[in-house]
Ligand binder design. Structure first.
Ligand SMILES: NC(=O)c1ccc[n+]([C@@H]2O[C@H](COP(=O)([O-])OP(=O)(O)OC[C@H]3O[C@@H](n4cnc5c(N)ncnc54)[C@H](OP(=O)(O)O)[C@@H]3O)[C@@H](O)[C@H]2O)c1
Length: 359
């Protein structure tokens, strides 16, 4: 496979650090640029991020002495050094939109973890096992932006990465109503227990903007390309409640679902067991071999025990049973900073690379 030079925009942040560790020994992608705000630019990665390093594994040795570039003021220079960039920055939504478009217009494709462009109609929001065909909208986006190579592709919010994969293979039975309560880890807010001690022995029943994302993003992921845009699906009807819980990593969802045509429990289990997507067919380096794992034990999946399944890229399910108000209920879990953030971004980039979008 061809090798690609890549940059990480927002390298000093929580998601940026995760990108750095995931890309350390990547077989296709070589990190050539690390960039962050003007506050960090000019410092080495170790100087800028060493004291706020939040990963369980050390900072990649080859990146420690790399000098951070200025993500907002060095765009042309960065675009000239890499084949594409990952982006995960904490800025205002309008600023992120403008920043990502500026990179795309400088002919540097952007694979983004930010939410700013998720509902831009010609920006694909991709879970590679579910809607890989949405990357075909990039042709229309390039026409709008007037670019030859440059484009923006985004991954979805971490909250939906647990229940949308489990619901996806069941769509053939007609998903009617979905209720999902999510129990979200503190790393989703860029925090750990040292930086957010108030979360020890606590639960906060509100995560700003999360319920809207959790209800709307699945409809774009299940949408269809029509002309120059992705048109959202109109079903199922989704309602959510998103809670912050005292867990370091791993978002859990308790899901209730009704169907147009109710399947049997065995049919659901078989569809989960057999579910393979394009990443598995193409054997992309970060793809889990088995995307959806089902646990028979009543007390699984558990965040602490099961979030790292298949490098944190698989989705765990359990407790599938009939319900008195909905047809079925079940529980699912995914690692929010791996599958739900940087790992999902790397897998999307692998899909784009395999399909020639960085050439
Ligand atoms: N944490 C998660 O699990 C998660 C999951 C999915 C998506 N996301 C999204 O990913 C993005 C980053 O999240 P995070 O948790 O990694 O945030 P974070 O830890 O606060 O890191 C923010 C990064 O943005 C950079 N930055 C801030 N202002 C900038 C500017 N004006 N110009 C250029 N760079 C700037 C920071 O650089 P300095 O260090 O120089 O300030 C830092 O590298 C957010 O949009 C978030 O919503 C996060």
């Amino acid at each position: 496979m061809k090798q690609y030079n890549v940059g990480i925009i927002g390298a000093t942040g929580m998601v940026g650090q995760r990108f750095a560790t995931l890309l350390e020994n990547h077989p296709w992608f070589n990190v050539k640029v690390l960039a962050a705000s003007p506050r960090s630019a000019g410092q080495t990665y170790e100087q800028a991020a060493g004291k706020r390093w939040k990963m369980a594994v050390p900072m990649p040795a080859a990146m420690k002495d790399m000098v951070l570039m200025d993500a907002t003021n060095d765009i042309e220079k960065i675009a000239g050094m890499v084949d594409f960039c990952f982006c995960a920055v904490d800025m205002k939504k309008d600023e992120i939109k403008a920043l990502e478009e500026a990179y795309a217009k400088a002919e540097c494709p952007i694979v983004s973890n930010n939410s700013a462009h998720r509902f831009t109609p010609d920006v694909p929001m991709v879970v590679p096992e579910i809607n890989p065909e949405h990357i075909e909208i990039i042709k229309a986006q390039r026409e709008r932006l007037g670019t030859k190579r440059g484009f923006i592709a985004v991954k979805s919010n971490c909250s939906i990465q647990s229940y949308v994969p489990a619901l996806h293979p069941l769509r053939k039975f007609g998903l009617k109503n979905v209720l999902a309560c999510t129990y979200q880890a503190i790393s989703g807010a860029g925090k750990n227990f040292e930086t957010w001690p108030e979360m020890v022995d606590n639960l906060i029943p509100f995560i700003g903007g999360e319920e809207e994302k959790s209800e709307q993003e699945p409809l774009k992921v299940w949408g269809e390309i029509k002309g120059n845009e992705i048109v959202k699906a109109t079903a199922p009807n989704i309602t959510t409640q998103c809670l912050r819980v005292p867990v370091s990593d791993g978002h859990t969802a308790a899901v209730f679902v009704t169907f147009e045509n109710k399947p049997s429990k065995e049919e659901i289990l078989k569809l989960w067991a057999d579910f393979k997507g394009v990443p598995q067919e193409l054997q992309l380096p970060s793809a889990p071999k088995q995307f959806i794992h089902y646990f028979e034990e009543d007390n699984r999946p558990q965040a602490k025990l099961d979030r790292n399944l298949e490098g944190g890229m698989a989705v765990s399910t359990g407790r599938l049973r009939e319900d008195s108000q909905y047809d079925y209920k079940f529980v699912c879990l995914s690692h929010n900073t791996l599958r739900g953030a940087a790992g999902g971004g790397v897998l999307l980039a692998e899909l784009l690379a395999a399909k020639g979008y960085f050439d």
